[in-house]
Design a protein around this ligand. Structure first.
Ligand code: PLP
Length: 450
């Protein structure tokens, strides 16, 4: 445990705090953090750091402009909204541009992140009798995709990155394990290298869920290209968006062929060119094809991706640096700070009560603070804990392993503990230097009272 029994009064009285304040004041950097002694918190009736609370709009739509308009108008003018009747298909162009951007061999446009996960399961040949390892804290679709494949979800705890803990994987591997499926959550890459090492050692496939980390990198490589297959979501709350949409990325031609066939009634159509006609037999499948309207907007959004991520990353870095000297400060663990997309800056406090107090006080200062979000503690979700399925004979829980497995809160105590002690502030590409300084100032003001 960290030692942080210092409160605001004795922090402000220490030589190091005085030194920090004067150091920062004299650094020449616009810094809003040095808190004058005796400043009353807004929650106690003092003046808030911000009179107007900091806004928090969605990222991608802020950047909609004539680029997306032109792309969409092209589709309307062509009167060909279906990718396979369009001439210069926007979806096909987006797939090529996205693969190129990521440095991947293949990208496939899909209707959502959820259908991308289902397609990934089919592409990796996950089925009844197989087990898939996923983190206890992630989005419902990760679990649903495993269940829809008829396989058994096995959860790991998270670590202080809020992502799959690589230390908690190996003892969960059985002869039936087929895939390890880490998610890169709320903008922070999972520690993917040790996860891939474990997978290789046990001859398993790695599925990276990059839905919440579009544009994220790990050791200078784009997420989704490190494992065997990666998926993305372009739903409204993601980094770039067409309202809905998804993609699947892989370097493996056979995995890609299975994905293409599964997402489009078993056939290859235009992808037959990249796959040189393909080598596999067709099989029962779906229609998860992306529309030309979605492809058009995503082509435009892709041009804005690095600007969005670059701004958020710079803001998050400034906030982290601006609070790094606070005594005993504990920030969310980052596997690769340069690859983090900077969506959030999280502090981890000692207790749940401190986290709640911190959130209330920070919100009163006009800075929106919240617990980790966008995911659920899946083993504690009632229908998951109760192993509810679509049909009583569903294979997932009808095997001896499926019958034996137990979910519920008791199965992931560390995950629950970490999440309830975490408090985050969301970054936004629209923030000004002043906004960033206000965040730093508010965190410093509140932190030393907790
Ligand atoms: C981690 C994660 N995976 C998958 C999805 C599913 O994406 P979609 O909403 O596009 O189906 C989401 C959506 O929020 C997500 O957060």
């Amino acid at each position: 445990m960290r030692e942080r029994k210092i409160n605001r009064r004795n922090f402000l009285g220490t030589a190091s705090a005085a030194g920090t304040a004067s150091l920062l004041a004299g650094s020449g950097r616009a810094f809003g953090g040095a808190v004058p002694e005796g400043e009353k918190l807004a929650i106690d009736g003092g003046a808030p750091v911000r009179e107007t609370p900091l806004g928090s709009g969605m990222y991608g739509p802020q950047f909609y402009d004539e680029v997306e308009q032109r792309e969409l108008l092209d589709v309307l003018a062509s009167k060909r909204p279906f990718r396979h009747s369009a001439g210069d298909s926007k979806v096909l162009l987006f797939e090529k541009e996205y693969a190129e951007h990521l440095g991947a061999n293949h990208a496939l446009g899909l209707t959502s992140g959820t259908t991308a996960l289902m397609t990934a399961m089919a592409a990796l040949e996950v089925g009844p009798g197989d087990e898939v390892i996923l983190p206890a804290w992630t989005w419902y679709s990760d679990y649903d995709a495993v269940i829809h494949a008829g396989a058994l979800p096995v959860f790991t705890e998270i670590d202080e990155s809020f992502n799959m803990d690589p230390e908690d994987i190996e003892h969960r591997i059985t002869p039936r394990t087929k895939v390890i499926a880490p998610s890169h959550l709320q903008g922070c890459p999972a520690d993917i290298e040790p996860i891939i090492e474990i997978a290789r050692k046990h001859n398993l496939r790695v599925l990276e869920d990059c839905a919440q980390c579009v544009g994220g990198r790990y050791q200078d490589q784009y997420l989704s290209t490190l494992g065997d297959i990666g998926i993305f979501s372009f739903q409204e709350s993601k980094t770039i968006t067409a309202g809905e949409g998804g993609a699947l990325v892989t370097n493996d031609p056979e995995v890609f062929e299975r994905a293409v066939r599964f997402h489009d009634v078993g056939i290859l159509r235009v992808h037959s060119v990249a796959l040189e006609g393909g080598t596999l037999e067709t099989f029962p499948s779906t229609n998860f094809r992306m529309s030309e309207f979605t492809g058009a907007v995503l082509r435009g959004q892709l041009q804005k991706l690095e600007a969005i991520v670059g701004a958020n990353r710079a803001h998050a870095r400034a906030v982290r640096e601006g609070i790094a000297d606070l005594p005993g400060i504990r920030l969310r663990k980052q596997s690769d700070p340069d690859g983090d997309v900077g969506e959030m800056v999280f502090l981890i406090l000692d207790t749940r009560e401190q986290a709640r107090q911190f959130m209330r006080a920070l919100n009163a200062e006009g800075i929106s603070a919240r617990p980790p979000g966008g995911s659920a503690v899946l083993p504690a979700v009632p229908h998951i804990e109760n192993k509810v399925t679509l049909h009583p004979d569903w294979p997932s829980f009808n095997s001896p392993q499926g019958r034996a497995i137990q979910y519920g809160r008791e199965s992931c105590p560390r995950t629950i503990d970490i999440l309830q002690r975490a408090v985050g502030v969301r970054m936004n590409p629209s923030y000004t230097e002043q906004d960033v300084q206000d965040i730093i100032r508010a965190i410093r003001k509140v932190y030393v009272t907790i």
